[in-house]
Design a protein around this ligand. Structure first.
Ligand code: GAR
Length: 229
């Protein structure tokens, strides 16, 4: 049995991405274990989802801390105590301090509802509609100290239609988020990710027989094939 990747998930709101991780774990397509879900918002619906699935949670309310560093320090303590290897930001709406990144260097993933580097920041679905782009999408990336600026793991593209509003576009993008976030984390769980500067390399999966022999993860999720141009 291949060891499950211990993850901690940071949330602030509805938690549909969290739900997709839970579902992929249940279906056996994500070899991870959610050790803790941390929310800065005591009323986040994501916490309700955890109760239903018996997943441990902690609320770290940023309003109760005198500084960002103290707030982040408390989160680091909780994540470390839970034995988390990869921190997964899933709709977490707080900016993290350099200390947080130093605690988990290149071990924090984020999902962003736009095709980075276009539209970093907030309200990006509305910004994409207002700008008149014909395509948008979502990006899974490693988080660094900049805003939505770390190395990109996977992106997915969706069309933007003339009569879209921000909500309709957000729903179309969310569907893709639910597909690519578990996939990116599975690549990480299988040890297939290598980061070189800005570039994230994803190696092809090992043949199943070798994977079994070496105790390395088996490969349910293939890297997208190159087109032969
Ligand atoms: C998702 O669209 C996610 O990409 C976005 O918040 C939403 C959370 O939805 N994250 C950000 O904008 C981070 N800057 P969820 O709570 O249903 O997963």
């Amino acid at each position: 049995m291949v060891k499950k990747l211990p993850i901690g998930v940071l949330v602030s709101g509805g938690g549909s991405n969290l739900q997709s991780l839970i579902d992929h774990i249940d279906q056996g397509t994500l070899n991870a274990e959610i050790r803790i879900v941390l929310s800065n918002n005591p009323d986040a619906f994501a916490l309700e989802r955890c109760r239903k699935h018996g997943i441990p949670t902690a609320v770290v309310d940023h309003r109760e801390f005198s500084s960002r560093e103290r707030f982040d320090g408390r989160m680091v303590e909780i994540l470390n105590a839970a034995g988390v290897e990869l921190v997964v930001m899933a709709g977490f709406m707080r900016i993290l301090s350099p200390e947080f990144f130093q605690a988990f260097p290149m071990r924090i993933m984020n999902i962003h509802p736009a095709l980075l580097p276009a539209f970093p920041g907030t309200h990006v679905q509305r910004k994409a509609v207002d700008y008149g782009v014909k395509f948008s999408g979502c990006t899974v990336h490693f988080a660094d100290e900049g805003v939505d600026s770390g190395p990109i793991v996977i992106q997915a593209v969706v069309p933007v239609y003339e009569d879209d509003d921000a909500e309709i576009l957000a729903a179309r993008i969310l569907k893709e988020e639910h597909r690519i976030y578990p996939q990116a984390i599975q690549y990480y769980a299988e040890g297939r990710i290598r980061i070189e500067g800005r570039k994230v390399h994803i190696r092809q999966p090992l043949p199943e027989a070798v994977a079994k022999e070496t105790g390395s993860a088996s490969p349910p999720v293939p890297v997208p094939p190159r087109s032969s141009d």
